[in-house]
Design a protein around this ligand. Sequence first.
Ligand SMILES: *Cc1c(COP(=O)(O)O)cnc(C)c1O
Length: 357
Amino acid sequence: MSKVHNFSAGPGILPAEVLKQASESCINFDNLNLSLLEISHRSKNYEKVMDEARSIVKELFEVGDDYEVVYLGGGASLQFAMVPYNLLRENGSAAYVNTGVWASKAIKEAKLIGNTKVIASSEDKKFTFIPKGYDIPADADYLHITSNNTIYGTQMHEFPKSPIPVVCDMSSDIFSRKVNAKDFALIYAGAQKNMGPAGSTMVMVKKDALGKTGRKMLSMLDYQVHIKGGSMYNTPPVFPIYVTLLTLKWLKQNGGISWIEGVNNQKAATLYGEIDRNSLFYGTTEVADRSKMNVCFLLNKPELEAEFDKMWKDANISGIRGHRDVGGYRASLYNALPLESVNVLVEVMQAFEKKFA
Ligand SMILES: *Cc1c(COP(=O)(O)O)cnc(C)c1O
């Protein structure tokens, strides 16, 4: 079996050793001679998994007991509704920055729950840049931003200085670089891009941000209920949470955020360097706002698409076809993707140029 270079945008690549440990746990978890899939979430063995999965997030984000972590089902998309439901006061308002498809979906849900203002947007330029220098209303309940725009390939390299609590959808760049987590009231991420498999979503929230809406809360949509239940108010997605824990332990054991940030910088510099150098390709976003996670690029001569596709497929590259809204190519460089895979893609781009330029 030859190695596949997996640039999938999501669900994305996981470390090989995590996949091995995860598969073993399906047969014999913790030497119980039982599968992780057939034991109680209230068992001692699983409670330990949940405790560790919650605490490792706080450790990696370097926050204290004023924050809580829960894992929920429903994907990041459920958080588009839960965030305003839990933070937007009945007579209050929320401020949103629209940087792409996911931000637009978050705005759509917030509007159904309360007064929602879009204070900045890059929609007029097809989301190819990150808006900057906008005013944040000091009387809004929170500001919602998306740190990395998975589909368009833009990323906030600096976060806005905000007078109000900041909520961030970090689904596609969580734990890819150092951020000052204490600047955020709430961070959420669907696990399947950069921290685990599909099926669970991590929410880290500052306790004092909650309980202020004046709303009667449905239990399953109430962060406080999930916090009180230790993220086990109901049966949690046990297996995705376990695999997320394995992935975060892999990150920590290899050197943590500072290590992976260095690797990620190197991968992004290598690929963008080739896109800029190679006469047959160009990047789709403003250079200053380029994402280090999702690299979007197009062919100068679209008629050569079939030739290029054949070459990267022959090199065992998978998952670089662009999102249908952008076209072209998107190479996702999530934490588990080694530099070696980027080098293989760059070699293919160079060979392609030699042959067709
Ligand atoms: C993929 C993605 C989502 C949606 O995640 P689901 O888990 O499929 O709901 C939301 N936000 C961002 C930034 C994403 O990349």
